[in-house]
Ligand binder design. Structure first.
Ligand code: HEM
Length: 132
């Protein structure tokens, strides 16, 4: 019975629960650090960040993920279309970033269902990011 009630509590706050499954702010920061290391090692991605203030990007990326996961954050960056305009990001580069994200989530032991929910929320942003 306690288990059932627990399940109810979770479904009534699905977003909060998703943010928790990513380890809240600490987990998201670790995930983004892992991701940044993967970007730096990938010649398809790294050149795009040549002129980027990485500490700022790191902070904004954590905020953005937190918001997408319905966590208690305010995203203080610009909208996705504006940010990626002029970067001329290809579909292959977008897919490479998503693959790194999946590998990083896997490496951090994030449950597969939570991984899929994040990817499903990011996928619609694709049109604002590629070929801008
Ligand atoms: C769903 C996928 C993506 C999300 C959610 C995302 C999110 C973000 C966020 C939150 C920022 C910071 C916003 C700001 O500066 O105000 C940012 C900046 C940036 N993103 Fe993305 N991004 C995605 C895909 C990509 C891809 C595929 C690339 C390139 C391969 C890329 C390259 C960049 C670069 C270079 C910046 C920094 C721009 C600058 O220096 O001003 N992003 N992105």
């Amino acid at each position: 019975m306690a288990l059932l009630l627990g399940a109810c509590a979770t479904t009534s706050q699905p977003g909060g629960s998703l943010y928790r499954q990513f380890g809240e702010n600490e987990g998201l920061t670790a995930l983004v650090d892992d991701l940044l290391a993967r970007f730096a090692d990938d010649p398809r991605i790294a050149p795009k960040f040549a002129n980027t203030n990485i500490p700022r990007f790191r902070r904004l990326f954590v905020e953005h993920l937190c918001k997408v996961l319905d966590g208690p954050c305010t995203y203080t960056g610009d909208d996705m279309r504006e940010v990626h305009t002029g970067l001329d990001i290809s579909e292959a580069q977008f897919n490479a970033v998503v693959e790194h994200l999946i590998d990083a989530m896997q490496a951090r032991g994030i449950p597969r269902t939570a991984q899929n929910r994040l990817i499903a929320r990011l996928a619609p942003m694709r049109k604002d990011i590629i070929y801008r």
